[in-house]
Design a protein. Structure first.
Length: 342
């Protein structure tokens, strides 16, 4: 049995995405007492046709973090899960909430399910969020978007920003998520691009692999001026031509592999600014809207530099998280606290 000493003092957070699952023992919303990560995610369910591997991974993760932290399940106040684990290829499918949705809405939307084969304690599943588009068709599909997991990351970031302001958040990754947040801290909508996957495909699976040596930009080799050159060329002539220019630059000795990788990064991320302008107009964000870019260097820095260059926002800055928790783990702790004290 899970203890009743006060939900949120010490929880287990489970974040299962497409390609990985992370489990953490969170204490007081500040510390990760133990963590576990595996390369099993919901893609395994899609491939296998059942969620057996995901169930096993989550069960193993819970066992491992309890062993590492020298705790028993009775010493854990609650078990929370979010991300793609709440999708149709996860453990339990939880319907998306419709934006606008804030911390209170996420807490109210939590569904508690007992899965004894995975965990002896009930698991509290946090729902994702979708845009408010009543009907999706060829005309309206561009307005629809959804998230599973990024809503928790958004709550974590917003909790560490000055309250009472409108923000746009950029959460870069394989799928880069842009999230609009109002002055009340509610998610009002989101937009997703596959820029990370596009960059990976161009880097590894096209003729450009030779030019960039099959490598992404490494932190010590980031070059702002070259990233912006790639961005400007893609803006001028399109991604297809700008991408081929990567090969031209190396074939004629203008750049080495590291420089070519910077140029390609800028060219690919230019596509995000096109989509982001549409989103910004849709949510009627003024020129004074602030863009906060989370994520790891150098992808974070590249987005900061490109969005600053684009002049879409009056201010663009990178976000440096406080504490040792991942965004998702802190978000789950915030939801747990809201459920306990609301």
């Amino acid at each position: 049995m899970v203890s009743v000493m006060g939900i949120g003092q010490r929880i287990i957070s489970i974040d299962a995405g497409t390609s990985s699952t992370r489990v953490c023992v969170v204490e007081e919303g500040e510390r990760c007492l133990a963590k576990f990560q595996t390369d099993v995610g919901v893609r395994n369910t899609a491939i296998d046709g059942h969620n057996g591997k995901l169930r096993q991974a989550v069960r193993e993760g819970i066992e491992q973090v309890l062993q590492q932290s020298h705790l028993t399940l009775r010493q854990i106040d609650a078990v929370y899960a979010g991300g793609m684990i709440t999708s149709n290829v996860g453990l339990v499918e939880i319907p998306h909430l419709t934006a606008p949705a804030g911390l209170e809405d996420l807490a109210a939307g939590v569904q508690t399910v007992s899965i004894p084969s995975v965990c002896e304690a009930p698991i509290h599943f946090v729902p994702g969020v979708k845009n408010d588009v009543p009907q999706v068709d060829l005309q309206s599909c561009e307005q629809m978007d959804m998230m599973r997991g990024e809503e928790l990351e958004t709550m974590a970031v917003v909790s560490q920003l000055p309250a009472g302001k409108n923000y746009f958040l950029a959460l870069p990754g394989s799928h880069t998520k842009f999230v609009a947040v109002d002055a009340a801290g509610r998610i009002t909508g989101c937009l997703t691009t596959i820029s990370g996957e596009m960059l990976a495909a161009l880097t590894h699976d096209t003729v450009l692999a030779d030019a960039v040596h099959g490598q992404f930009v490494e932190p010590g080799h980031y070059r702002r001026e070259i990233v912006l050159a790639g961005y400007r060329e893609a803006k001028r002539s399109g991604l297809g031509r700008a991408a081929f220019s990567v090969r031209i630059l190396t074939q004629f000795g203008a750049q080495n592999g590291a420089g070519a990788a910077n140029y390609l990064l800028g060219a690919v991320l230019q596509e995000d600014t096109v989509a982001l302008k549409v989103m910004k107009d849709r949510f009627h964000a003024g020129a004074d809207s602030e863009m906060i870019v989370a994520g790891k260097f150098p992808l974070q820095q590249a987005l900061v530099d490109i969005l600053t260059e684009s002049a879409l926002f009056s201010a663009v800055r990178g976000f440096e998280p406080k504490g040792e928790l991942s965004f998702s783990a802190r978000g789950m702790w915030l939801v747990a606290q809201k459920r306990q004290f609301s």
